[in-house]
Unconditional design. Structure first.
Length: 54
């Protein structure tokens, strides 16, 4: 109940963005391979930021 108004940490925000990009890349992989590769690249960049926070 008290965690209701807790804000997400920077790491949690980046993790959510990373997961979203991977889902988009997976859905694009059947229709547009180049866009899919771009999304995977963006996701990798975000993972590097997450690793720096640790």
């Amino acid at each position: 109940m008290f965690g209701l108004f807790k804000k997400k940490s920077e790491k949690e925000k980046l993790q959510a963005q990373y997961e979203k990009l991977l889902k988009e890349a997976h859905s694009l992989s059947t229709t547009n391979r180049k866009l899919s590769d771009d999304k995977v690249f963006e996701a990798d960049e975000i993972m590097k930021k997450i690793e720096k926070l640790n």
